[in-house]
Ligand binder design. Structure first.
Ligand code: HEM
Length: 157
């Protein structure tokens, strides 16, 4: 949020937990995705690679990249918030992200689902680090990124 500021401590909480979690990124990605589908089973239909897929979720090679994209970009968002006070994803990337999600039929509610799944996954992955402050830092980094993507979710020109 403008003026509210994202502190060095908040950035450190996000970066520290991500550094720990990414050692186990395969399992993390799968867990994250399963949580999204637990909360919102219908979201499965949005992912082209799941609609056509005949392999079990566990073996789908395309699952991990999206999970990693959400984690990595949220982490980068935290760094940007601390440095610049706002999300600074390159405009061309943001436009592409907006267009991809718009075309895939992603709705604002899906971002809430993903956020819940993200926070739950982190809580379970690094229970020894988890704290209200850590939750708040990830939440803020996620929300600002999600807002930036949502603002570009319109038909591409
Ligand atoms: C902070 C939140 C999110 C981030 C950073 C993110 C990131 C990405 C990235 C990097 C791609 C690859 C395509 C591209 O670069 O344009 C992508 C595709 C996609 N994302 Fe997300 N995403 C987010 C939230 C969501 C949510 C909430 C949903 C719906 C549950 C979703 C569903 C999809 C789908 C369906 C695709 C296309 C995949 C396919 O069918 O091939 N994303 N996302």
């Amino acid at each position: 949020m403008e003026g509210k500021g994202f502190t060095e401590e908040q950035e450190a909480l996000v970066v520290k937990s991500w550094n720990e979690m990414k050692k186990n990124s395969q399992e993390l990605g799968l867990k994250f995705f399963k949580k999204i589908l637990e909360i919102a089973p219908a979201a499965q239909q949005l992912f082209s690679f799941l609609k056509d897929s005949t392999v079990p979720l566990e073996e789908n090679p395309k699952l991990k990249p999206h999970a990693m994209a959400v984690f990595v970009m949220t982490c980068e968002s935290a760094v940007q918030l601390r440095k610049a006070g706002k999300v600074t994803v390159r405009e061309s990337n943001l436009k592409r992200l907006g267009a991809t999600h718009f075309k895939a039929g992603v709705a604002a509610e899906h971002f809430e689902v993903t956020k819940l799944a993200l926070l739950e996954t982190i809580k379970e992955a690094v229970p020894e680090m988890w704290s209200p402050a850590m939750k708040n830092a990830w939440e803020e980094a996620h929300d600002q990124l999600a807002e930036a993507i949502k603002s570009e979710m319109k038909p591409s020109d």
